[in-house]
Design a protein around this ligand. Structure first.
Ligand code: NAP
Length: 336
């Protein structure tokens, strides 16, 4: 892709996150919300009219076949990421796929292998990985301002009611794939060694409360990391969480106001004495960074974004498989 051209994004699906993406892309100079596809023409037309999108398709396949689309953005439920992404990769279309990337590690591994074999760009739309807060927090840690990190805690909770996407196994329901994935990414992003590689997790365990439908609805996960850090994270689709993340070190701590879209990063010294609060740069919605990262990767001829390598996406899918296995949370896609 040429560096002076707007990246033309084709949005697949017209739900909640698809709208957020359209709102965001419409404010960006580097990208264009060029096409949208729905399972019904009327829905695609209505979405296109609302957000000023040029082309509206009545099937995902038609959007994938559009030669003028530079990047396919997959915004279907997790349970419906695999087939559409597979089809896009087979057609040679670069793809940005919403979190949770796939239903399980088996699907993720298959899709990643296919993209590599066919030389097609592929990325997970886990927006927190692409946000400026990542660099800010990592720098504070690397500069030794909180000493040696020893304890990482994070919570993400939204009261989501009885949404089918959360309650149903065939939609890959539960809090883990929807919200816990951010807490796991929080730990992986900020527990890194000198060369920026995430620290190995030596052991992981957790407990969950299940919905009547057998999905994990509130959970606590504990991880012991190779460098002497303990991480304790929680996620819930049943309550309003504080959504705060804390990295506690021997000489101070860092408090991130919202692990899902950080706005302020506060540094405290020994005895919790306030040192400073850093505000992230002005943003559109926070979703713009993932689209910018994909555009830059395509300009640079990469097959995955620097900010979120596919190996990391797969690693996190494996952690989630492991936890679901312990909890007995099963999806129809787990059978193979
Ligand atoms: N990054 C974030 O902050 C964030 C926030 C929320 C959700 N997400 C992720 O985005 C994805 C979609 O979530 P959402 O909240 O946008 O869901 P949603 O509002 O339920 O929308 C999902 C869309 O997927 C399409 N779809 C295809 N097959 C479907 C099926 N069998 N049943 C229902 N819908 C189907 C529908 O679009 P058509 O009818 O047009 O085909 C539907 O509007 C999930 O992977 C979720 O984890 C990310």
């Amino acid at each position: 892709m040429e560096h002076d051209r707007k990246m033309r994004i084709g949005i697949i699906a017209t739900g909640w996150i698809a709208e957020k993406a359209a709102i965001t892309i419409n404010e960006m100079e580097e990208c264009e919300a060029f096409a949208v596809a729905s399972r019904r023409q009327e829905t695609a037309d209505a979405f296109a009219a609302k957000w000023g999108i040029t082309r509206a398709y009545e099937s995902y396949s038609e959007l994938i076949a559009d030669p003028d689309v530079d990047l396919v953005y997959v915004a279907t439920p997790h349970s419906h990421h695999f087939d559409v992404t597979r089809e896009a990769i087979m057609a040679g279309k670069p793809c940005l796929v919403e979190k949770a990337f796939m239903a399980n590690a088996r699907e993720a591994s298959e899709i990643i292998s296919l993209a590599k074999a066919r030389g097609v760009f592929l990325a997970e739309a886990i927006w927190t990985r692409y946000q400026p807060a990542v660099g800010i927090v990592r720098r504070i840690i690397q500069e030794g301002r909180i000493g040696q990190p020893r304890l990482v805690t994070a919570t993400l909770g939204y009261s989501m009611g009885e949404k089918p996407r959360i309650m149903r196994a065939d939609f890959c329901g539960g809090a883990l794939l929807d919200l816990g994935v951010y807490a796991l990414n929080f730990v992986r992003m900020f527990c890194v060694n000198g060369d920026g590689k995430s620290t190995d997790i030596i052991s992981i365990d957790g407990h969950c409360v299940k919905s009547v439908t057998g999905m994990d609805i509130t959970e606590g996960i504990t991880m012991v990391l190779a460098d002497g850090v303990l991480a304790n994270v929680q996620a819930s689709a049943a309550c309003v969480g504080d959504n705060i993340g804390v990295i506690a070190g021997t000489e101070g701590n860092i408090i991130i106001d919202n692990i899902n879209n950080p706005q302020t990063i506060t540094v405290n010294g020994p005895d919790r004495t306030f040192v400073e609060t850093i505000h992230v740069p002005q943003q559109i919605t926070g979703y713009e960074y993932q689209f910018l990262a994909c555009r830059q990767a395509l300009i640079d001829g990469l097959l995955e974004p620097r900010e979120m390598p596919l190996a990391e996406t797969l690693y996190i899918m494996r952690l989630m498989d492991n936890l679901r296995n312990k909890w007995g949370v099963r999806y129809p896609m787990d059978k193979n």
